[in-house]
Design a protein around this ligand. Structure first.
Ligand code: SF4
Length: 295
């Protein structure tokens, strides 16, 4: 059964209040973005750190940050220099027995090799993204598709990626089933101008960004009525982004960090618990409290 649930007319104010009260610095310390921000003085190093950190963004934030730190250590402490120094054979063994969930060292090594090759053509990964955006029928999805294909094994390249590698970079053009969270998150980090994002991509407008729809953002977005879809997918990404665009057309993913970390931090119990939900600014909009009073 489809539940037609929409947020209240006062939702924009409720969301602003949620963000105003949110302990941003506490959550930023936990977020993989903190790993990338360490490189913010240099665009290329930030992009390389961002691609790896977003690709590793599976599981809890402590494990992701730990995996990123291990990867940097195995790469000799300088990811950018490691990418520069890779050759056609070194990628396979360069990261030895690195493992994070189902991700393997050979896959991360091949990603380093693809980045090495891409930086021989482009100054920045913003360029392949923009090429996609500017293509026929373009837009954000086409930009993401172009970037995903650039990171995958290249047709005709005699050095192919290891098993499972290309699946790490889904595209919304190839299939609408995936929300393509990790690459969408990478683009948010690079292109959104406001803190805590880096704003290093100056030719991609924040107005064009899409929400990185992970399980936490999807749960709260669904319960706030920002999408009616029953599962994460690219159409759900478009729904949630469109709902948030009505609040701020110039920066529709402005509240992504807050929505995501409200779930990660446990600030939202994902069930009706008056002790936690009582002071929650978006409780009037929450499906779990529809038709219910707090007392
Ligand atoms: S009211 Fe409770 S369950 Fe709903 S979003 Fe707020 S904290 Fe989460």
């Amino acid at each position: 059964m489809v539940i037609d649930h929409r947020p209240t007319a006062a939702f924009p104010e409720h969301l602003r209040e949620l963000a105003a009260r949110f302990p941003l610095e506490r959550s930023l310390r936990e977020d993989p973005l903190s790993c990338v921000r360490a490189y913010r003085g240099d665009r290329r190093s930030s992009e390389i750190a961002g691609v790896f950190a977003s690709t590793l963004a599976i599981g809890n934030t402590t494990a992701i940050r730990g995996a990123f730190a291990r990867l940097v250590a195995m790469a000799g402490g300088d990811l950018s220099a490691w990418v520069d120094g890779l050759d056609r054979s070194a990628w396979r063994t360069s990261l030895g027995g690195f493992r994070h969930r189902w991700l393997r060292g050979d896959q991360m090594g091949y990603l380093g090799w693809r980045l090495h090759a891409l930086y021989e053509t482009y100054d920045s990964l913003e360029e392949p993204f923009l090429e996609g955006m500017a293509s026929e029928g373009g837009g954000f999805a086409a930009g993401l598709d172009h970037l995903a294909h650039a990171l995958r094994s290249q047709p005709g390249d005699r050095t192919r990626g290891p098993p499972g590698y290309d699946h790490l970079f889904p595209s919304p053009v190839d299939s609408a089933r995936s929300p393509c969270k990790r690459l969408t998150l990478f683009v948010r980090w690079m292109a959104r101008r406001e803190y805590p994002d880096l704003g290093l991509w100056t030719r991609v407008s924040p107005a064009d960004l899409r929400i990185p729809l992970d399980q936490h953002v999807y749960w709260i977005a669904y319960h706030l009525g920002l999408t009616q879809r029953k599962s994460k997918s690219w159409p759900a990404v478009e729904d949630v982004t469109e709902s948030l665009r009505r609040i701020d057309p110039s920066d529709p993913v402005k509240y992504d960090f807050v929505l995501c970390h409200t779930g990660i931090s446990g600030d939202c119990p994902k069930e009706r618990d008056i002790a936690v939900c009582g002071p929650c600014s978006v409780r009037p909009d929450c499906l779990l409290w529809r038709g219910r009073r707090a007392s």
